[in-house]
Design a protein around this ligand. Structure first.
Ligand code: NAD
Length: 587
């Protein structure tokens, strides 16, 4: 493991201590500046003759590489090009990503990352992150010791079973933790050397992968039951021992494991599940902002969910807590939402309900009183006709689930219906934004999970907001880290959601968008982080108490900037081995 040493001069200027020279330095993605090394640095760092003469500015490098990535016609080729840049030069990668965040977010994350996961074993170039398989049982802590850097603060771990809406992707799911951590660095400035993507590769039940000769994962059916639980348990203990200051994000686990692991470990180490809690904060923020736009207070909105999985239940839980704080009584809380899953409307006498769905089921008598016979409960348009939702949320990963009949029916009862087909990638969305606007005569406020182009309807352009968790999880992570939170509470997500809603400007809403522009992501993240840190302090889980007036400065200081630093050879002590590293330096 390596250390990454930044030094701050008395003037406040930062400098980088470089433990390598020559080609090894040039090829190190965290230390290299490529053609931007100055002539003096080339002398002190053994680079003379290894680079063409001219010294580029970072801006020139960024424009050069952007032009080359733009020339690639296919999004997956762009993904491969950007991943290769990330493997070569991380400073430059983040500079290019931040300069073109709107354009590249759909490449480094959904929808393109979905294809990258599906084709992982065929497009594989270079390994990133750590894979833990059942063969590492008993020495997972040793495997963690192989992480590239020693001061890890943020881990995203998946067991690959529910990758976006694409199901079990086996080892290919690694694209998601890598992508999520990339967004953490882009949005929250978490230094790349403090992040670690981890795949808990416990096998796959995806037969196509098991039969693919190129498949790179642990080729076996998924581990289940006690064997699975004990492996995860050892992993958590190893993380606590190796990286005691790290925050762990559970990512893309299948529903019941997602809830189980969240509940089991949330007090054992600072941890959260973005699919459940991050999605919830993102969606509730849109609801709060939408209430402003429609003039109908949140407590008077009726929300219909299509999909009662991790995302649907996560959103429902936070919405219920938010409404409870607004003073809604228990019966009103039950009546404020309706939930559909594969079997149709969830009602209490259904023996197939799982424990996380049960609290949101309607009494069967209520369904009957609204004319929803067991037959009609399966029909979205019929449920809409009975319930009159003002808000429709799609988290079912079922394309076409929002039918024209259902949306037209919704528009008969709501002046400005809010329709959020959130399933990812775009191929799984419940409906397309342009269809929803057409079926509602342009009255709907639409947000999609993956990016959508603006839609022209009746001569008016509608901006389609992206319900992207990137507005939430980087701020939650940063807020938790700066406040050294012992636990990531639901209240911290509620705070994040209120803060994000406040970031939605009137001009966003007027343009038709329930979300702010992603081009403001760094500012938004800083504000979300401040809200989260404040809540951590008030909830008594902060290890570092930061007063409100100090918070913005501390957060700004914590956010890494992708700008090259003056580089010096590591101090003479490094002539042996760099601290904490088995690697010789100055070779
Ligand atoms: P999940 O598998 O836990 O839940 C999906 C649920 O939908 C399951 O309960 C399933 O039975 C149900 N379902 C399937 N077909 C249905 C149908 N025709 N009608 C009603 N219900 C149906 O998955 P999840 O984590 O809840 O994610 C669901 C989708 O939401 C995925 O596509 C995911 O990418 C997307 N998502 C988007 C965001 C975002 O936009 N920011 C965040 C989280 C999840």
């Amino acid at each position: 493991m390596e250390r990454y040493d930044l030094r701050t001069e008395p003037s406040g200027r930062k400098r980088l201590s470089v433990p390598y020279r020559g080609t090894r330095l040039l090829r190190h993605p965290m230390f290299t500046k490529g053609t931007a090394f100055t002539l003096e640095e080339r002398i002190t760092l053994g680079l003379e003759g290894l680079l063409p003469h001219a010294v580029s500015t970072m801006d020139q490098q960024a424009r050069r590489i952007y032009a080359s990535i733009q020339r690639k016609p296919d999004p997956l080729e762009k993904y491969i090009g950007l991943a290769a840049l990330q493997d070569r030069n991380e400073y430059l990668f983040y500079r290019v990503l931040l300069d073109h965040i709107q354009e590249f977010l759909p490449i480094v994350y959904t929808p393109t990352v979905g294809r990258a996961c599906q084709e992982f074993s065929h497009i594989f170039r270079r390994a990133r992150g750590l894979w833990i398989t059942p063969e590492h049982r008993g020495h997972i802590a040793d495997v963690l010791r192989n992480a590239p850097f020693e001061d890890i603060r943020l881990i995203v771990a998946t067991d690959n079973e529910r990758i976006l809406g694409l199901g079990d992707q086996g080892a290919g799911g690694m694209g998601i933790p890598i992508g999520k951590l990339t967004l953490y660095t882009a949005a929250a400035g978490i230094p790349p050397w403090q992040t670690l993507p981890i795949s808990l590769d416990v096998g796959t039940d995806n037969l196509e992968l098991l039969e693919d000769e190129f498949y790179l994962g642990w080729r076996a059916p998924r581990l289940r039951g006690d064997e699975y639980d004990s492996l995860v348990d050892e992993f958590v203990r190893a993380v606590k021992a190796r990286f005691p200051s790290a925050l762990l994000q559970w990512e893309d686990f299948k529903k019941l494991n997602a809830f189980r692991l969240l509940d089991r470990y949330r007090k054992a180490l600072p941890s959260f599940n973005d699919d459940i809690q991050g999605t919830a904060a993102m969606a509730v923020a849109a609801m709060i902002a939408g209430a402003r736009a429609t003039g109908v207070p949140l407590r008077n909105q009726r929300t219909l969910f299509v999909g009662a999985g991790a995302a649907g239940i996560g959103i429902a839980r936070l919405l219920r807590e938010t409404l409870r704080k607004e003073g809604l009584a228990e019966q009103a809380l039950t009546e404020a939402t309706a939930h559909m899953d594969l079997q149709g409307l969830l009602v209490e006498d259904d023996p197939t309900l799982d424990p996380v769905q049960r609290p949101f089921a309607w009494p069967a008598a209520r369904a009957e009183s609204l004319g929803l016979t067991p037959e009609r409960r399966r029909d979205l348009a019929a449920v809409v006709q009975a319930f009159h939702p003002t808000l429709l949320i799609g988290v079912s990963a079922t394309p076409g689930a929002f039918t024209e009949a259902a949306i037209r029916e919704m528009a008969r009862h709501a002046i400005r219906p809010m329709v959020l087909p959130l399933s990812n990638p775009s191929s799984k969305a419940e409906a397309r934004a342009e269809d929803i606007l057409a079926w509602t005569e342009g009255r709907a406020l639409v947000a999609t999970g993956s990016p959508s182009d603006p839609v022209r309807h009746a001569g008016r352009e509608h901006r389609i907001g992206q319900g992207n968790n990137v507005f939430i999880f980087p701020g939650v992570g940063l807020g938790a880290l700066v406040s050294e939170a012992r636990e990531v509470t639901d209240g911290m997500f509620a705070a994040a959601s209120r803060q994000l809603a406040a970031e939605v400007r009137d001009e966003d809403l007027t343009a038709g968008s329930l979300f702010p522009s992603v081009t403001r992501i760094r500012d938004i993240t800083a504000h979300v982080a401040a809200g989260v840190a404040r809540e951590a302090r008030m909830a008594g889980v902060a290890g570092r108490i930061l007063d409100d007036d100090l918070l913005p400065g501390v957060i700004a200081e914590a956010m890494w900037q992708p700008a090259y630093l003056p580089a010096d050879p590591a101090p003479a002590t490094a002539l042996g081995a760099s601290p904490g590293s088995a690697m010789p330096v100055f070779i």
